[in-house]
Ligand binder design. Structure first.
Ligand code: AMP
Length: 285
C-alpha cells in the first residue's frame, strides 16, 4: 500500500491506467474490524481502493468530542497493511489539503437533516457532506463504501450523490459487532469499564424491540426501550425511532408501515460523555 498525504500525490498515483473501478473508503481512523470489513468488501470489487483517514473538524458539533476523538495513525497503518494490496492507497491529508479555503457550503437534505442525529448534533451532516463531497472531488471514485452503523449518514450521502449527479455508487455495509453484541465504534475505547461492560444492553434492547411489533404498537416499544436502556442509571436514551431507509420519517403507529418500504429501529444513547449509536432492521409482521 502507498501512504500519501497530498492531493497532488494522490491524483498523480491514480492516473495509472487500467485501474478502475476505484473504490473509496472514508474513515476518521482509530480503525477496528468494522472499518476493515468495508475495505475487504471494497477490495473485492475494485482493483484499487483509497482509504482516507481524516478527522474532519466540520462534522463535530461538540468541541470536546473532536479533542478527545482517538487518533493512532501508526496502529491504523499496521492494521491496513494486513488488508490492503500493493496499489491501494492510504490518504492521510491535513486540514489544508481538504479545506484550502474555509468551506462555507450549506447543503439542504430536507427531512434527512431534521430527524434523529440531526436534532442532537446540529450541523453534523452539513460537515459530513462537506468532507465527503471534497473526498469525492479529490479521488473521483466509482464506488464509495459506508457502514450501515451510521444509518442516517448513508441516506445523507446517497442524497448528496443524487443532488450532485456524480453517479458514484454508494455501497452500504453491514454492522460489525463485538462478541457481546456492541456495535464496533472508535468511541467504544473511551467508555469507562463499567459502562463498557453494560453497553451490550443497547443491541439487546433494540433486538427485543424488533421482535415486539407483532404484539405491541410503536409507543409501547419506545417506552420499553427507554426503560431498558435507563434501568441501571449508566445510560440516557437520546432517541429511539423506527424510520424508513429513504426519507427517514419516524413512525408514530405501526399502521403507517408500508409493504414497499424497509424499516430500521435507530437508537442513540448517552453513556457519560460518550454517545453511542446503533440500529436494526425491523421487519413488518
Ligand atoms: P468513522 O471512522 O467512524 O467515520 O467510520 C468510517 C466508516 O466505517 C463509516 O462508513 C462507518 O459507518 C463505518 N463503520 C464504523 N463502525 C462500523 C461497524 N461497527 N461496522 C461496519 N461499519 C462501520
Amino acid at each position: 500500500m502507498k501512504v500519501l498525504t497530498t492531493v497532488k500525490a494522490l491524483q498523480h498515483q491514480l492516473k495509472q491506467p487500467d485501474k478502475s473501478p476505484v473504490g473509496l473508503v472514508p474513515t476518521m481512523g482509530a480503525l477496528h474490524e468494522g472499518h476493515l470489513s468495508l475495505m475487504k468488501n471494497a477490495a473485492a470489487d475494485c482493483p484499487v481502493i483509497v482509504v482516507s483517514i481524516y478527522v474532519n473538524p466540520t462534522q463535530f458539533n461538540d468541541k470536546d468530542d473532536l479533542r478527545n476523538y482517538p487518533r493512532n495513525l501508526e496502529k491504523d497503518l499496521g492494521m491496513l497493511a494486513t488488508v490492503l494490496r500493493e496499489d491501494d492507497i492510504v490518504f492521510t491529508p491535513d486540514d489544508k489539503e481538504i479545506y484550502p479555503q474555509k468551506d462555507t457550503r450549506v447543503f439542504d437534505f430536507g427531512n434527512l437533516d431534521k430527524v434523529m442525529e440531526a436534532l442532537h448534533r446540529p450541523g453534523h451532516f452539513n460537515g459530513v457532506a462537506q468532507v465527503v463531497s471534497r473526498l469525492f472531488e479529490i479521488v473521483k471514485p466509482d464506488m464509495a463504501y459506508f457502514g450501515i452503523k451510521d444509518f442516517q449518514q448513508v441516506a445523507v450521502v446517497r442524497e448528496l450523490v443524487r443532488q450532485s449527479g456524480s453517479g458514484i455508487r454508494i455501497v452500504p455495509n453491514p454492522i460489525v459487532r463485538e462478541a457481546d453484541g456492541l456495535a464496533m465504534s472508535s468511541r467504544n475505547q473511551l467508555l469507562d469499564p463499567a459502562r463498557r461492560k453494560e453497553a451490550p444492553v443497547i443491541y439487546r434492547t433494540i433486538s427485543a424491540a424488533s421482535r415486539m411489533l407483532r404484539k405491541n404498537d410503536i409507543p409501547e416499544i419506545k417506552d420499553f426501550v427507554k426503560k431498558e436502556i435507563e434501568r441501571s442509571g449508566n445510560f440516557v436514551l437520546e432517541y429511539f425511532e423506527i424510520v424508513d431507509d429513504i426519507e427517514l420519517i419516524p413512525l408514530k403507529r405501526k399502521t403507517e408501515m408500508k409493504d414497499s418500504s424497509k424499516y430500521y429501529g435507530c437508537i442513540a444513547v448517552r453513556a457519560g460523555r460518550i454517545r453511542l449509536i446503533d440500529n436494526i432492521r425491523i421487519l413488518l409482521v
